[in-house]
Write a protein that binds this ligand. Structure first.
Ligand SMILES: [Zn+2]
Length: 236
């Protein structure tokens, strides 16, 4: 057992009993962790979610549940929690994160990406963060060439059970994409293209539809937060 301090973000708090709660957090040093918070809902406002900061906790060796001491939000990122355009996207992102990461599975790239919401190109950062998550956990499908004939996919593509096909080879019941979705996907692996790309909220939703279809397909479970995300993101 050791008292440690790590940069991180708390993304979920579930009430436990009385005033206590169990929180889920992503930390730079330890990846995904669970925390027991004995006074989670104090009159002073409680523990803040969706703000990057420093988490002070007692790391247990014998239990998955670590003891929480304090969270110090980084003042540079205070607006994350009060900006729905950011907090809605982080909420969706961590819903996906929870499905793919085991406790203490390390990934320091996430920390770098989280800080990029400061730049305000929200749609682009959201898509890139989910793309990076799928790539870094080995779940991104190969969108560069058709899984059947090997041709480069320029126009419409079709996703089916984790495989991407050209329109000609698409099996029945595939998820069909528009050509601009392919352009956006290609930009993720091409710095110059990515830098110059403008992505609207509607483009973002088209690519997210594809990602969510893929995620639900490979995990076999429904991504509950996405329907609400779609409704809310268009109202802000
Ligand atoms: Zn083909």
């Amino acid at each position: 057992m050791e008292r440690v301090l790590s940069e991180g973000i708390i993304y979920k708090i579930s009430k436990y009993a009385d005033n206590s709660a169990i929180a889920s957090a992503y930390t730079y040093d330890y990846g995904k962790i669970k925390l027991f918070i004995s006074k989670a809902f104090s009159s002073k406002g409680g523990v803040q979610t969706f703000i990057p900061g420093e988490i002070d906790f007692l790391k247990k060796d014998t239990s998955e549940l670590n003891k929480f001491y304090t969270f110090r939000p980084d003042t540079l990122y205070m607006e994350y929690a009060s900006t729905p355009a950011i907090s809605l996207r982080l909420s969706l992102y961590f819903d996906i994160f929870d499905k793919f990461y085991e406790l203490e599975q390390s990934d320091t790239v996430i920390w770098t990406i989280l800080k990029k919401y400061k730049i305000s190109d929200y749609s682009k950062i959201n898509l890139f963060s989910i793309y990076a998550l799928l790539t870094n956990t080995g779940h991104m499908f190969n969108f560069n060439a058709c899984s059947n004939c090997g041709n480069k996919i320029i126009e419409q593509g079709a996703l089916n059970n984790g495989l991407y096909f050209c329109k000609k080879c698409a099996p029945d019941n595939s998820f069909l994409t528009e050509s601009y979705v392919n352009t956006i996907l290609r930009a993720f692996s091409n710095q110059e293209l990515y830098k110059n790309m403008k992505i609207s909220k509607y483009d973002e939703l088209s690519v997210l539809d594809l990602f969510v279809y893929h995620i639900e397909n490979i995990t076999g479970s429904f991504l509950k937060s996405y329907k609400l995300f779609k409704e809310l993101i268009l109202t802000i």
